[in-house]
Every structure is written in C-alpha cells, then in structure tokens.
Design a binder for this molecule. Structure first.
Ligand code: GCU
Length: 666
C-alpha cells in the first residue's frame, strides 16, 4: 500500500512537472519555463500551515519541482497582518525562510524565488519584505457569452461557457498559475458591455466552476453587470436604484451569488456610457447607482468597481466630460466603491496626458484602468511593450497634494491605509496557443502584474526579467531585445500619432489610419477631425483657456504648464494646443517639418527592429523567431501606411513639401 501511495505521489509530481519541462516552443508556456530538476535539491518544509491548504500545497509542489537552491522553510504567521498578501524572505545558513501571513503570500514568495533563480539574480543575503502596492490587482476580460471578445486579438474567449461547468479546460489552471506567478489576484470574467444573462442561475454555476479553479491561485472572481438586469431578468418595471423592489432584487441576486461563491469579489459596472443603461436613465446619479450595488455586496465584503469612462455626443470636449460628471459626487460613494478611471481622458490612445480625475476627488477611492489588448496600438500585430506607457502615467505628477502626488501615490496603498486599493487592466488574452497573439504581447500581461505588485519597478527591470524567463539569458539577446522593447512604445507613437495627436484611427475597428474619416451624419466625437482640427493655419486641439478649457481640470501648477506652448511637453503639444504649421519646435524645426521627421523616424525604427531581430535568430527557437519576424514585417508595412496616410492628408492643410531627405509618401 505504501508503495502504491508513493507511486501515486511521484506520478502526480511527474504529470505536473513534465508538461512545463517539455518546453513546447509555441509560446504556450509564457514566462513559466522553469527547468525541472532531476531530483529534489534540499527539502521544503511547511510549518504552521494547515495540511489541507491547497494553495500551500501548490507552493510546495512548485518548489519541489523547480527549486535548486537548497532547503526552504515556509511559515504561515497569521499575526503578520502588516504583510497583507505579501511575504518576508530571509536566509539563515543555507536555508531560505519564507514567512507570510496568508498562504497566497507563500505562493507569491515561491514564484519570486523561482524568478530570481531563473533570471540568475540570486537571493539577497539580507532578506527582504514584499508587500503589494495595490490590494486588488485585477484583469478585466471583455469576453462575451458567445465566445467573442470585444477588442480581442488573440482568438476567442478562454471561457468555454458551453462546456462549463462540466468540462474544465486545462487552460483555466494555466491561467491561474500564470496570474499567481505575477501577483494578479482578481479577474472580471466578462465584457463591460455586459449581458444580463450572466446573472442567470445557469451562468452563475459556470462562474462558480471557474472561481473554484482559480481559488487556489489566490484569484477572486468578479463579473461585469448590466445595470438593467432587474428589468431584463427580474421582470421589474424599471431598474431605478432608488426603487425598493430594484434594491431588493440586487440583494437577493447577491445572496444567491455568495451562496455559490463565498469569496466572490464583486461587480464591475459600465453605466450611462456608450449606450449602456445606468442610474441617469432614472434621473439618478452615478453615486446612487454604485451605492445601491455596494449596499447589496457589503455584508459579504464585496466591492463595486464603478467605471468613470463616460461621454455623450455633446458639443463639449469629450476629454472633459467624465471629470464634470464625477467631481461633484466626490465623497458620496460608499467605502466599498472604487471609481475605475481609464489612464487618459479620451480612450487608451498611444499617448494621452493622465486623466485629470486621478488628481481630483480626494474623498473617493480611485483606481487606474490600463488596456493590455492593443486596441489602439496595432492589435496583436505590432510589437509595443507597454510598461513605459504604464510608468509614464503612474509617475505623472498630479499636484493634488503639492509635489509628490503622483498618480501612483494617488491610487496605491502607500497613502490610503484602511481604504481598499486596486488597479485594473483590460486583458489581451485569448485562446491562441501563445495566449496573446503576439509573443511580445505576453510581456504586457507580465508587466501589468509586476507593476500592480510593485509600481516602483522600472520598465527596464521588468523587460529584463521577462526576456530571461521567456527566451534566454544570453547577454547579447537580452541587451538588444530589451532596448528594442523599451523603444517600441515611443516608436509606435511616432508612426501613428506623434506630438500629442490622438484618435486618428479608422472608424470602429481602430486598426489603421483614417485622419480624414468623416461619416455623414455620424457622431462628431467619433470622427478624427474632431481631435486633430487640421486647417490651413495649423494642427491640434485647443484645450487651453481660449479653447475647450480642459486644461483647467488639472491642478495648479499643471494647468499652467500644459496651458502654455512654451512649457507644455512637446509630446503633448497637439493635445492641448492648436499650433501653427510654422511653429518653432525645440529641435529648431517647424511643426510641419518635425511632424514629417517623427513619422519617418517611426518607420525607420521599425525597420531597424527587424534587423535587430534577424540578428537574434541564433539565440532562440525557430518557431518563435519566425513568428516574431513575420509580425515585424506586418508592423513595418503598417508603419509606412500610417506615415503615408497621415502626412499626405495633413499636407493638404500645411501645403508644404515633405523635407527632401525623407522617404516620400506614395
Ligand atoms: C472603447 C472601446 C469599446 C469599449 C469601451 C469601454 O470605446 O472601443 O469597445 O467598450 O472603450 O472601455 O467601455
């Protein structure tokens, strides 16, 4: 009997370890390519942990499969509330000690140890403590119940609603493990443009099945709700948040959910935005709507993420609308409501200034929403490493609390003890074998997790880790590819919309350029001209006090900095100003010449990326090398398309020649 049990134990270990050890080179293993050790090096001991704790067992198993650094002691210490779901690691003689207050902290620590091992970083002798910057680190899936994904470029949805709850795809486990390895602890399963059907019993049991898989990875499940569900599903006369029947409907729905999923996270809500229903349909405010849901969730510890992405087809500047709607509501939201704010005031553009709401509403919990899926950055065809964009936003000075009030500090846990903090990103994950469509888009998922854990990491550090874990630690490869990644976002800005230009995208699908786009009778705020305002005098959106006055939504001194052409950062110049074609830029070029150079620079850099990548062939496996090479070819083609389309179009207004030393548009 003992032998049979031992055989079983080894079989489980082999089954668990072998698939990852096979190193399929199709990208399916993401950054989790730890090499299996032949036989255990050292022992893994758990002290003060429940033997039935599946998360702890998982942590132990990961170490036993892949850790080569000797003995490890894992210790749970419930009195260490200060660690939250973080951990402390130290070394004594040849043993590594990991202390955490919760078992998920141990799991995170184990992945950290493995990361250090894989990247060759070594364990600091002095030991260290890691506490996450945000309590809730959440992916937002824009997945529909029919399997499609809004703005998804990596295949269909991972969630197979038809097969759930009876059949569980192995990818659910892999998804949980990948997220746990970078500290992501929450997932919103469905599109913000939500179907009420998700709240039907038949779907809730499917949600429960997923929650049951993700639990051991420390991941809580949330869902997006449709504000009209009481009317659509419950057959009520309306969904007015002040209607007692509606409140009651939500309370009993929430009760039903928690009976199935006791650790359910809560709701994400897109209300009164882009045609979605919301409290304003009944003359109520966002606070009325959010608080009603918050009250239903509060007895169970649930949270409402209420989105601030709202705008209407008015004559007023779209960039100003969310601020105008939400700022008067400051202080009116319940404690378990967090306002989820997109990083920029328009919509995930290649570059935007940070959203002014993030420097306002001091009495309201706010969280950032980034977008990993590259809706406005070449889908999964373009190599664009997004950590520099995330860092640019996080490190932006809001002047909300004098100096030092960066967006990071306005939203993370460092200044908000007692208040739940969160950060979200719209996922770029689908059923594609490599998960994200482009091998390098995996880096954006990875970078989001790492920054959600520690927002002071640099883009370079994260890229370095990711490259070593995903491809190789060979110096030549790491250095060249890291440089390419770090430049890639700025390069995309250059060939798409430099100097603060924005929303020049083709209508609806948002892939290529369409600066001339104009649909007769279409909404003006969905037409590119609305944003670039090109005329014979110049280019750009005047958001100064002489224009839309959007600049006044920023705190002093920032409004002055942005509001003046001489102090406004050049990379945001055309966001805030309408500037004459002959305006002198810092380089000495006129605006027109600078624009030409920027577009051209973007194109030349992508061509350079192609050459750099070609030189990397000998360092990595062929399938991934060829896949990235092919994508770069598409990116180079598209960069030329962007440059030619935009320059030829703007030239109709500038009426100036393309500088003679640049490649001419065809
Ligand atoms: C963008 C995007 C939509 C999405 C919306 C949102 O407008 O194009 O597909 O629904 O953002 O964030 O709600």
């Amino acid at each position: 009997m003992r032998y049979i049990m031992r055989f079983h134990f080894y079989l489980v270990i082999i089954l668990y370890c072998v698939p990852t050890a096979l190193r399929a080179e199709d990208g399916s293993q993401l950054w989790l390519r730890f090499s299996k050790q032949e036989k255990p090096v050292g022992t893994v001991q758990i002290i003060k942990g429940k033997s039935t704790d599946v998360t702890l067992a998982l942590a132990k198993q990961e170490l036993e499969c892949y850790w080569k650094g000797g003995d490890v002691i894992l210790k749970l210490d419930p009195s260490r509330k200060d660690l939250k779901d973080g951990y402390q690691i130290s070394q004594h003689e040849n043993q590594v000690y990991v202390i955490a207050g919760q078992s998920v902290g141990i799991l995170y620590a184990v992945y950290h140890l493995l990361r250090l091992q894989e990247t060759g970083a070594g364990i600091p002798r002095s030991g260290w403590v890691e506490i996450p910057a945000y309590d809730i680190r959440v992916l937002n899936h824009w997945d529909n119940l029919d399997g499609t994904i809004e703005r998804g470029y990596a295949g269909h949805s991972l969630w197979n609603w038809e097969e759930l709850p009876n059949k569980l795809s192995p990818r659910y486990e892999q998804y949980g493990r990948a997220n746990a390895s970078i500290g992501i602890n929450a997932t919103v399963l469905n599109n913000v443009n939500a179907s009420s059907d998700l709240l039907k019993k038949e779907y809730l049991i499917k949600v429960k099945a997923l929650a049951d898989v993700f639990r051991k990875y420390g991941i809580k499940v949330y869902v997006s709700i449709n504000f009209s569900a009481p009317k659509n599903l419950g057959g009520l006369a309306n969904s007015d948040p002040l209607n007692k029947d509606v409140q009651h409907w939500w309370k009993s729905k929430v009760k039903e959910i928690y009976a199935l999923i006791p650790d359910f996270g809560g709701f994400l809500v897109k209300a009164n935005s882009e045609g979605q229903p919301g409290p304003q349909d009944y003359g109520r405010t966002h606070a009325d709507g959010a608080n009603m849901l918050a009250d239903a969730l509060s007895p169970y510890g649930g949270t409402v993420f209420w989105r601030a992405f709202v705008y209407h087809p008015t004559k007023d500047d779209r960039a100003k609308q969310a601020y105008r709607e939400f700022v008067p509501l400051d202080g009116q939201f319940r404690d378990n409501v967090i306002l989820q704010v997109k990083n920029g005031p328009i919509d995930f553009q290649p570059r935007e200034p940070f959203n002014p709401l993030l420097g306002a509403m001091p009495n309201t919990a706010k969280m950032l929403e980034f977008q990993l899926t590259q809706e406005y950055l070449g889908f999964s065809n373009h190599l664009v490493y997004l950590a520099p964009l995330f860092k640019e936003v996080l490190d932006s000075e809001t002047y909300a609390t004098g100096k030092g009030g960066t967006v990071a500090k306005q939203t993370d846990s460092s200044r908000h003890s007692g208040r739940k903090t969160a950060i979200a990103a719209v996922a770029n994950i689908g059923l594609d074998t490599n998960w994200t469509g482009h091998h390098f888009a995996q880096a954006n998922w990875y970078a989001f997790g790492r920054l959600a854990w520690n927002n002071s990491l640099s883009s370079a550090q994260i890229a370095d880790e990711w490259i070593r874990m995903t491809f190789t630690g060979v110096k030549e490869f790491v250095e060249h590819v890291k440089k390419l990644m770090l430049e890639s976002r700025e390069v995309a800005v250059d060939y798409m919309m430099p100097l603060g230009l924005h929303h020049l995208f083709a209508f609806e699908h948002h892939y290529g350029p369409e600066p001339w786009g104009d649909i007769p009778g279409g909404r003006p705020d969905w037409m590119p001209w609305y944003y670039h305002n090109a005329d014979t005098l110049g280019l750009g959106f005047d958001r100064t006090v002489n224009g839309s006055r959007a600049v006044t939504q920023y705190n002093p001194s920032l409004d002055k900095i942005y509001g003046n052409t001489s102090t406004c950062p050049e990379n945001l110049l055309l966001w805030f100003h309408h500037v004459s074609w002959n305006y002198r830029m810092n380089s000495g070029n006129t605006l027109w010449t600078e624009l030409c150079f920027r577009y051209d620079h973007g194109v030349q850099k992508v061509r350079e990326f192609q050459k750099v990548w070609d030189r990397m062939e000998k360092y990595i496996d062929r399938p991934r090398f060829l896949a990235v090479q092919a994508k770069l070819r598409i990116q180079a083609r598209d960069a030329v398309w962007w440059k030619d389309a935009c320059l030829q179009y703007f030239q109709c207004f500038s009426r100036q020649p393309i500088p003679y030393n640049l490649e001419r548009p065809i």
